[in-house]
Unconditional design. Sequence first.
Length: 112
Amino acid sequence: MMTASDRFSARVAIYSLRCLQQIAQQSHRAIADLSPQQVANWVEQDPSLSPEKGFDDAFKVFFGRLVISSLKPLHQIAAEADQPIETLTVPQVVAWFEQSAKQRIERQMEQN
């Protein structure tokens, strides 16, 4: 039921959630309390994104922005589930994106 764009957004959110969980754990903060600068700094220092592994500075900036932008839907999912972002599961994230896609399709059908 999800479009390719919806599936991509869900994958990015899931991967970002995993990164954000690592950042929060290392900084001893809740994900909701992380600043965009903390996320960017973590991405910049992540050894798995080194030039030796084929990642340049432009990619790090791009990836950092993806992770930061993923906070918006993750905040929404957590708020609707009434739980902290850290405790979200992959099935919850996928279900939220599926429900969001379904609602968008239904609205489009009503408009036509």
